[in-house]
Design a protein. Structure first.
Length: 293
């Protein structure tokens, strides 16, 4: 395995040998590094013919990767196919448009701020196969913006999300492998908008707005879940300082099973929320908006 370091000495083409230290362009099984002091932007291009073992964009890197012009995104496309434990580490704060095929794990610790309404500092797509289902860990600062297949007509495959910070949007084209629902979304901080179905969502902090698709089981143990999807919420468990809020969506919602544990658990209703007979409410504070009281 060779460690290849980007210089951009010639231009912004990932696939040009002279843009790498010692003209050592990444080959199969190599690690590609975009260093903190990189100064040449990287063009969007299809470089999936070579399967990397790792990609590292170092903390402090501020260059732009890929592009968006007149609403059209041109991503840097990279592959990790066949590399069982491949890793991607993204810590740059330049605008980034990147499309990854078959990475094993993705760690995002920094991103650019949103450049405008409905846009994201880090735009990431991810495709996988059954043998290399990717996990995504996001630990950005407040105001750093990450969009996963968040632009129109985009799709991605991710097995699970762990989010501790940042402003994150999960687009409506995000699934697990073979179009199944994402296995889990676990968050302890940040502001997340989710537009895809999730099997298990666990919140201990931060704010999640679930806009589209079902959650099979929602565990709200802290922070706030705004359930704005009109798809049935099968099971919700609220305890400790968890807050479940239905007030942002005017249409009716259905919750099949609700378990509220003793503690400071809050559920906020707005208009019609239908609870099935299996609902258990051990301890409940209910707050209605003033115009609903």
């Amino acid at each position: 395995m060779t460690v290849c370091i980007w210089t951009g000495e010639t231009d912004g083409d990932w696939g040009t040998a002279t843009n790498w230290v010692a003209d050592d362009m990444p080959e199969a099984g190599d690690t590609a590094i975009v260093p903190a002091d990189a100064s040449v932007n990287i063009d969007g291009s299809d470089d999936t013919a070579v399967a990397l073992d790792a990609l590292i964009i170092e903390k402090g890197c501020t260059i732009t990767i890929g592009s968006r012009a007149n609403g059209v995104v041109t991503s840097l496309q990279l592959a990790f196919t066949g590399q069982t434990n491949s890793t991607v580490e993204l810590a740059g704060t330049g605008l980034t448009y990147i499309d990854l095929t078959d990475p094993h794990s993705i760690h995002i610790t920094a991103a650019a701020a949103s450049p405008g309404t409905g846009q994201y500092g880090l735009n990431i797509l991810c495709a996988s196969d059954a043998d290399n289902l990717p996990t995504m860990n996001i630990a950005c600062d407040t105001g750093e913006s990450v969009g996963i297949a968040a632009n129109a007509n985009e799709s991605s495959e991710v097995e699970s999300f762990t989010i501790t910070g940042g402003d994150v949007t999960v687009g409506d084209g995000v699934t697990d492998f073979d179009s199944a629902a994402v296995t889990s979304l676990t968050m302890s901080g940040g502001n997340v908008v989710c537009k895809s179905a999730i099997i298990t969502t666990t919140i201990t902090g931060g704010t999640l707005r679930h806009e589209v698709g079902a959650i099979t089981t929602a565990n709200v143990y802290g922070g706030t879940l705004y359930y704005n999807s009109i798809t049935t919420l099968a099971t919700v468990n609220v305890k400790d300082n968890g807050r479940l809020d239905f007030s942002e969506e005017l249409r009716a919602r259905t919750v099949t099973t609700t378990n509220l544990s003793r503690g400071i658990s809050t559920v906020i209703f707005f208009r019609l929320c239908a609870f099935a007979p299996t609902t258990r409410m051990t301890f409940l504070d209910i707050y209605l908006p003033q115009n609903q009281q």
